[in-house]
Design a binder for this molecule. Structure first.
Ligand code: FAD
Length: 398
């Protein structure tokens, strides 16, 4: 049996950062990765350019049953620390929008950087590993198709359930259960909404159209809104604003879309009526919203007025239409689920872990890091930053 100081199960963003940090402290570290290569999610992330962090990292941008838990790790390994590392490797990057930092060239550069850091401190990596059991008798014993390994510290960095094709697995939750550690129920986050009936049909007709929209939950105590693009798809709605909102949405809930977030629609309608009294609302509204979207909205919301010139539409009727455009209330019938979700909400209960070290309170030597924990970031580099920060936190104590 081979003995190490630290065994990290899962060679994703969090596992690699933890291994590097522990390796720098002189620890003998082994990473066991189930997939045929390390860091698959890093490679496909950000459309192949890895949105590796955000300039505006803040605990408010994370969802968790305990919103305070992430603060300590985020403050001890910040976005600036990761940016320093990226700059040390001369990886050229840019801010896309809202502080989101992407590689100019390829996410391969981020993975290559992490692997070089691992190599420099002698981290041992095995891929194609099937772990069959984890046991704790003074030390931790991991049995796998590569044989049996032991270590004083065991780090679970196996991520969540999202994208099973890229390694998403419930392994971390099983280990937590084995050691009596509580779990917060999981659900898919940063995921497109699906619809049925008329709305699904509309989405299908508009598939591919993207429009800046302010989205929020309707009739909900959670007062959060996102103003970014939404994207109509064959199944429903996606796009950054929708993905962000999906993490806050609970099954059965309604959402509200303001399709003209930068303008007062009633003012627009009234001035159109004055300036173009003989025009149809549909034709003039197409200067503000995509033509096909306006046509679908007309079919749904004001079909009886479709052939009536603006001058003949009463202000009260315009007010009603304006209200609908400012608050189009829809009820998703679900989400696309883990097959397309970027993240998994819920996971290892933060009350079970030290926010300083990520060590399980009731199981000394056992650590959880990254997405397997009940901490989920907004879209825009927040999830990788959590992986770097929580990985670093554990790496300092394993
Ligand atoms: C399509 C997509 C794009 C994304 N883009 C971004 C982005 O641009 N910016 C951002 O901040 N976030 C992004 N995310 C989210 C981000 O990838 C995750 O939050 C982050 O990778 C979590 O890191 P992790 O190390 O905890 O888990 P993961 O990166 O999922 O790594 C877990 C690793 O554990 C391995 N594993 C699982 N089970 C076992 C087992 N039983 N034994 C051994 N190994 C196992 C997996 O194969 C995997 O390699 C994206 C996610 C997806 C799905």
């Amino acid at each position: 049996m081979k003995s190490y100081d630290v065994i990290v199960i899962g060679g994703g963003a969090a596992g690699l950062m933890c291994a590097i940090t522990a390796g720098k402290r002189g620890k003998k570290v082994l990473i066991l990765e189930r997939a045929d290569r390390i860091g698959k999610k890093i490679l496909i992330s950000g459309g192949g350019r890895c949105n590796f962090t955000n300039l505006n990292i803040s605990p408010d941008c994370y969802l968790s049953s305990n919103p305070h838990f992430c603060k300590s790790a985020l403050s001890r390994y910040t976005q600036w620390d990761f940016i320093d590392l990226v700059e040390k490797y001369k990886i050229v990057y840019h801010e896309k929008i809202h502080g989101q930092l992407f590689c100019d060239k390829s996410s391969k550069e981020i993975l290559a950087m992490l692997l070089k850091e691992c190599e420099d401190v002698g981290v041992k990596i095995f891929t194609d590993v099937t772990v069959s059991s984890v046991e704790s008798v003074e030390k931790y014993f991991v049995t796998s198709n590569y044989g049996e390994f032991s270590a004083a510290s065991l780090v679970i960095a196996t991520g969540g359930l999202s994208l099973p094709k890229l390694g998403g697995s419930g392994f971390g939750y099983e280990v937590a259960k084995q050691f009596g550690i509580n779990l917060i129920p999981n659900r898919a986050g940063l995921v497109p909404f699906t619809f049925d009936g008329d709305v699904k049909e509309i989405c299908q007709h508009l598939s591919g159209i993207s429009v800046k929209t302010d989205v929020k939950l309707f009739n909900s105590a959670t007062k959060i809104n996102f103003t970014e693009n939404i994207l109509f798809t064959h199944k429903g709605l996606s796009g950054p604003a929708i993905l962000q909102l999906s993490s806050y949405w609970n099954s059965g809930g309604f959402i509200s879309l303001n399709l003209l977030p930068d303008a007062d629609s009633l003012m627009i309608f009234k001035s159109l009526k004055t300036e173009f009294p003989n025009s149809l609302l549909r034709n003039k509204l197409s200067n503000f919203l995509p033509k096909r979207l306006v046509q679908e909205l007309e079919n749904l919301l004001w079909q009886e007025l479709s052939q009536i010139p603006l001058r003949k539409i009463a202000d009260e009727q315009l007010k009603q239409i304006a209200k609908l455009i400012n608050a189009w209330i829809l009820k998703p019938n679900g989400t696309e689920g883990y097959q397309t979700a970027e993240v998994t909400l819920g996971g290892v209960d933060t009350n079970e872990l030290s926010s300083k070290t990520m060590e399980a309170r009731k199981q000394p030597g056992l650590y959880f890091i990254g997405e397997v924990i009940d901490v989920t970031g907004h879209l825009g580099g927040f999830n990788f930053q959590w992986a770097w920060s929580s990985g670093y936190a554990a790496g300092q104590y394993v």
